[in-house]
Design a protein around this ligand. Structure first.
Ligand code: IDP
Ligand code: MG
Length: 155
């Protein structure tokens, strides 16, 4: 089934100059990019994005990390993409790898490039939506409908 999924290159991915590597790796999924932009992440957006983790002890550090507060002014941003295609959510999750970068398969993006900081933050380079419900909610949080291209015949 054709699906849309949200991919975010997090501040550590930007600081490590991984944008090109990540997009190349994601191209293995044979999906199309239907939305893309650079975003300075407000506290409100970060908290909404990670609302399911608000009671975790690492929440405050996660919000700091996600907003680029650990990576210097030049990296206080995220690059957001919407990918579309057959089984997009699972295909991208597979290439992204497991949440814990130490446990992620080393051939995945997180396994290859992620780390756990000495403070215990999982700096895992990218976000990818987990399931159709999350994907729909997250895409609506990050993109206006008119920022996503549709096939000419869908119009
Ligand atoms: P996901 O990103 O693989 O979907 P979630 O459980 O939704 O995983 O967690 C969101 C983000 O929060 C992770 O990508 C990671 O950066 C961070 N995180 C999740 N679990 C932990 C943890 O146990 N310790 C530190 N950071 C975590
Ligand atoms: Mg998640």
């Amino acid at each position: 089934m054709d699906e849309k999924t949200l991919v975010l290159i997090k501040p550590d991915g930007l600081q490590k100059s991984l944008t090109g590597n990540i997009l190349t790796k994601l191209s293995e999924a044979k999906l199309e990019i239907v939305g893309a932009k650079v975003v300075r992440v407000s506290r409100e957006l970060a908290e909404k994005h990670y609302q399911h983790l608000k009671d975790k002890p690492f929440f405050e550090d996660l919000i700091k990390y996600f907003r680029g507060k650990l990576h210097g002014k030049r990296f206080e941003r995220i690059i957001a993409f919407v990918y579309q295609g057959e089984d997009a959510i699972n295909r991208v999750r597979k290439i992204a790898g497991a949440t814990n970068p130490e446990e992620a398969d080393p051939t995945t993006i997180r396994g290859a490039y992620g780390r756990i900081t000495t403070k215990g933050v999982y700096e895992n380079v990218i976000h990818a939506s987990s399931n159709p419900k999350d994907a729909e909610r997250e895409i609506a949080l990050w993109f206006q409908p008119e920022e996503i291209v549709t096939d000419p015949e869908e119009k």
